[in-house]
Design a binder for this molecule. Structure first.
Ligand code: NAP
Length: 331
């Protein structure tokens, strides 16, 4: 039985792994079979992660985090968790490969998934002109006309990035004021290939086998019009990935996993959560990393308290030598 299993391989998961590994907890990190590295794998330059004044590419940052976690003994499994049993002192994680792993504690750091508009044409034409990842699919839209839906940092970042390929990029936003940070807004406003379509939402995505246009609805007067184009990038935010823990852990009204105050403790003892899956507000790589730190330190406290109480019978000896609660974090 392991001391801790970390589920998720974004900044929260890998930072939890770095701390847990340095505390000799020999973490197993389940990284997903197809989406290892989390959302930063779909971004280009990360300009706001401290320590990289010249910016760093998202995938490079994640590779460095993984290298750092592995250097201290983290074992990374490229597999998906399909079942989670968190009742009782021994937690069981079942993977897509059929393997099961047991642990005394779990850190749940599954992040968030791109939000969908929820219209018929979007689902039907997904992968055929509808995309949620500019860095993955931008290349296919060389000299084409496309739209980015959304008014936040992601939409500005995607729109700006896509002008490298597309001849024209519409940004469709449901209000007449952007949510994005000033620097991202100004970059998009200054780009001649970008045209903003204000007070508009996408009522449908048009096309038989591939996207040929979108149906726009004016959010002020309700009128509709068609806009011909070749691709639609949806960048309207993310939803926490909690499907594995529905009815197992308490959730908040935002759909994130409930944690106790500033800690990572969930409603179930021995289960901790970190990163975007607990955060409806800040959702930055660096806040997720901080949150992963909190989770690893909480795991240390928890395991130390089990050892103090003489549990679990199976291998209490193995957790001897853990730093006591007062010393946690002093390293
Ligand atoms: P976000 O900040 O939540 O923005 C989502 C945008 O989509 C908002 O403009 C929202 O409109 C719009 N929207 C939401 N649901 C919609 C719907 N059903 N139909 C149409 N429009 C809809 O999400 P985000 O842009 O993905 O950013 C998430 C977090 O990551 C933020 O904290 C952001 O700062 C951060 N981030 C940072 C960077 C960076 O610093 N380089 C890059 C990307 C993301 P309203 O404005 O009307 O609500």
């Amino acid at each position: 039985m392991r001391k801790v299993i970390i589920i998720g391989s974004g900044p929260a998961g890998f930072t939890a792994a770095i701390y847990a590994a340095r505390a000799n907890l020999e973490p197993l990190l389940i990284a997903s079979s197809v989406e290892a590295g989390g959302e930063l794998m779909n971004t280009t330059e990360v300009e706001n992660f401290p320590g990289f004044p010249e910016a760093i590419m998202g995938p490079d940052l994640m590779a460095k985090m993984q290298e750092q976690a592995e250097r201290f003994g983290t074992v990374v499994a490229y597999d998906d968790v399909v079942e989670l049993d968190v009742d009782g002192p021994v937690k069981t994680v079942t993977l897509g490969s059929g393997k099961t792993h047991e642990a005394e504690s779990i850190v749940f750091a599954t992040g968030s998934a791109p939000r969908k508009i929820g219209i018929e044409g979007e689902a039907r034409l997904s992968g055929r002109g509808v995309s949620y990842c500019a860095t993955c699919d931008g290349f296919f839209f060389r000299e084409r006309t496309i739209a980015v839906v959304g008014g936040g940092d992601s939409a500005m970042e995607e729109a700006t990035f896509l002008t490298k390929f597309a001849s024209k990029v519409y940004v469709i936003h449901r209000r007449e004021e952007l949510r994005a940070s000033k620097i991202m807004q100004e970059r998009a406003f200054a780009n001649e290939k970008i045209e903003f379509v204000w007070n508009s939402e996408v009522a449908d995505v048009l096309g038989e086998d591939a996207v040929t246009g979108i149906l726009l609805r004016d959010t002020v007067d309700g009128s509709t019009r068609e806009l011909p184009l070749d691709g639609v990038f949806v960048a309207i935010g993310n939803d926490p990935r909690t499907h594995l823990v529905h009815n197992k852990l308490d959730l908040t009204e935002h759909g994130t996993i409930w944690v106790d105050g500033r800690s990572s403790r969930t409603s179930v003892p021995g289960v901790f959560a970190a990163g975007d899956v607990i955060d409806p507000t800040y959702r930055q790589a660096v806040t997720a990393a901080g949150s992963g730190t909190v989770a690893a330190l909480d795991v240390e406290h928890y395991l130390a308290s089990l050892a103090d109480a003489g549990q679990p019978a199976a291998d209490a000896a193995e957790i001897d030598g853990l730093p006591d609660a007062a010393a946690v974090g002093a390293a």
